[in-house]
Design a protein around this ligand. Structure first.
Ligand SMILES: [Zn+2]
Length: 120
């Protein structure tokens, strides 16, 4: 069990990462992570594992209705995609300005730097 936990830690997936589904009905689809549930090892990915949800009427939405939402998928079902090679990335950690960043083993692209720039 302990080994399993260590393995999951190594996945190093964060909110905002682009990931690719490797299994399930959305296999091979890519999307951006909206939410990471580290406790249950699940991630919610934009446009992935969509489901209809019935909304009760509320103040924001007085009529209620049916909306599309992304349901969480298990973290082992996704692979981090390097924005430069556009392929599932093997990563290693590097320190830049005293900050640990994730770097793609293939092309040396700094994945965290890219994500931060995207957020600005
Ligand atoms: Zn790369």
């Amino acid at each position: 069990m302990k080994k399993m936990v260590n393995k999951l830690k190594k996945v190093q997936i964060k909110k905002g990462d682009t990931v690719k589904l490797i299994t399930g009905k959305d296999k091979a689809k890519q999307g951006r992570i909206l939410l990471v549930d580290y406790k249950n090892h699940k991630v919610t990915v934009e446009g992935i594992n969509m489901a209809k949800k019935t909304m009760r009427p509320s103040q924001q939405n007085p009529k209620g209705g049916i909306i599309d939402i992304s349901l969480p998928v298990h973290i082992s079902n996704v692979r981090l995609i390097c924005s430069k090679c556009n392929k599932p990335a093997k990563i290693f950690r590097k320190k830049i300005n005293d900050k640990g960043v994730r770097v793609c083993k293939k092309c040396n692209e700094i994945i965290d730097k890219v994500q931060e720039e995207y957020g600005k």
